[in-house]
Design a binder for this molecule. Structure first.
Ligand SMILES: Nc1nc2c(c(=O)[nH]1)N[C@H]1C(S)=C(S)[C@@H](COP(=O)(O)O)O[C@H]1N2
Ligand SMILES: [Mo]
Length: 420
């Protein structure tokens, strides 16, 4: 028989107490966190068992006790026009972002679109220009896929010379993951009859920013979708109701919300949204356009800034990883600033272009440590240290930031943001 967990020495996989991922499957390591209680105390009825609870409601909301789990704003909420709100990644579990907490990025607010008056036009280099209402699209066979969306500007604050002391949601919360249901764009393009000279599709939104991006035709014929549902309910207004373009793994900006038009062309349109913005400034002063795929990335969420350690002992390290290239192949964790690494457990199913939860048991001995995670994707790309990442771009460039996130923990258990 196995010894009591307290007596059994876990199998360590890297320095400073990182425990082999196999031990998470065995369990028992963390069993000692529950305090022993007197039987009497455990049996006395809590107040909510003494009176009937409240009635049903038409649309459920999270517990009153979790009211503070909110999207974070860099600009005050309610401010008109352009801005973003961030998913509180550090306050969530699993991999699916609740719809009310999906990050938002609007270039001129959220339009209130009457679905009965909205149409999607497909035109340009096609044999038959077509328009689709929401009802038309709902007659097609639908597909569901769990996919993340990440703004190209996510984590861009890490281009600053000193690490910002803020929680993981504030630093990295321009990424969310949902099950999207809709019509594969390839089906609609096939129906319109794409001409042989076609190479690009210019997508345009029905917001007052008329946000427009040039998308390679190959992507539109691959895994692009006209998304109508988000985690089982109609796409939220903030996410593009009644329909949005979903381009799995591509920078968020190309996932045009409130989609009204797809113009098939032979060349990109060089719209304002892909010239003045969402292009990357390189060290030689030139800008790179159409860097569309998001790189491999991971963030440790537990522990992370604002969650201080509760004394030495066993902890579960957990976080999320993703890549625009496909599946996450592995996530490694270091507790000694990157000298030794342990493979984390990836919680299945590990889906392509979706958030993946990773976990690892850890015994913190109370000494100062630097925690790091690094993801490798199925294309073989690995997250760089920050010092390597910054060399790729002009100073201050903040798009496509995917360097490793480091958290320093001091002897008091305080967690701070650090650069590698
Ligand atoms: N029509 C339109 N589509 C848009 C935007 C916009 O402002 N207008 N913002 C883009 C940007 S920059 C991002 S990162 C994503 C954000 O999607 P979300 O708000 O659903 O998270 O939508 C993209 N699609
Ligand atoms: Mo974005």
């Amino acid at each position: 028989m196995d010894k009591h967990p307290d007596e059994r020495l876990p199998e360590f996989a890297a320095a400073n107490g990182l425990i082999h991922r196999r031990e998470l499957l065995v369990g028992g390591l963390l069993a000692s966190v529950a305090p022993a209680i007197a039987a009497q105390e455990g049996l006395s009825p809590p107040p909510w068992t003494l009176a009937p609870g409240r009635p049903m409601s038409g649309y459920g909301m999270p517990s009153e006790w979790r009211k503070t789990v909110q999207r974070g704003f860099t600009l005050p909420p309610g401010r008109p026009g352009t801005g973003a709100s961030r998913t509180p990644l550090h306050l969530l579990e699993g991999t699916i972002t609740p719809n009310g907490l999906h990050f938002e990025r609007h270039h001129n607010g959220v339009p209130d679109i009457d679905p009965a008056r909205h149409q999607l036009l497909i035109h340009g280099l096609v044999d038959r220009p077509l328009t689709f209402t929401l009802d038309d699209l709902l007659r097609y066979p639908l597909q569901s896929h769990i996919r993340f969306i990440e703004c190209a500007g996510n984590s861009g604050g890490a281009a600053a010379p000193n690490p910002t002391q803020a929680d993981a949601g504030t630093l990295h919360g321009l990424v969310s993951c949902a099950q999207w249901t809709g019509v594969p764009l390839a089906v609609l393009l096939q129906e319109a009859g794409v001409r042989s000279t076609a190479r690009w599709v210019i997508a345009e939104g029905a917001d007052s920013a008329l946000l427009s991006r040039s998308i390679p035709l190959a992507k539109c014929l691959d895994d692009a979708m006209i998304a109508l549902y988000q985690n089982g309910e109609a796409v939220r207004p903030e996410q593009g109701f009644p329909m949005r373009l979903l381009l799995p793994g591509f920078q968020g900006n190309t996932n045009i919300k409130w989609l009204r038009r797809l113009r098939v062309t032979d060349a990109p349109a060089h719209t304002k949204d892909e010239t003045s913005k969402y292009s990357e400034l390189m060290p030689d002063g030139r800008a790179r356009q159409f860097m569309l795929e998001m790189g491999p990335k991971s963030v440790i969420l537990k522990p992370s800034f604002g969650m201080n350690m509760q004394g030495r002992g066993f902890y579960e390290i957990s976080g999320i990883a993703w890549s625009g290239a496909g599946r996450v192949r592995g996530v490694e964790i270091s507790a000694d600033g990157g000298r030794t690494w342990a493979q984390a457990l990836l919680e299945g199913p590990v889906l392509p272009k979706a958030l993946t939860r990773f976990r690892l048991a850890w015994r913190w001995d109370g000494s100062p440590v630097r925690l790091l995670s690094r993801a490798t994707d199925e294309a073989g790309s690995m997250q760089p240290p920050r010092s390597e990442w910054v060399k790729q771009y002009a100073p201050g460039q903040g798009y496509h930031y995917n360097a490793m996130q480091a958290w320093d923990i001091d002897t008091a258990g305080k967690v701070t943001n650090a650069y590698t």
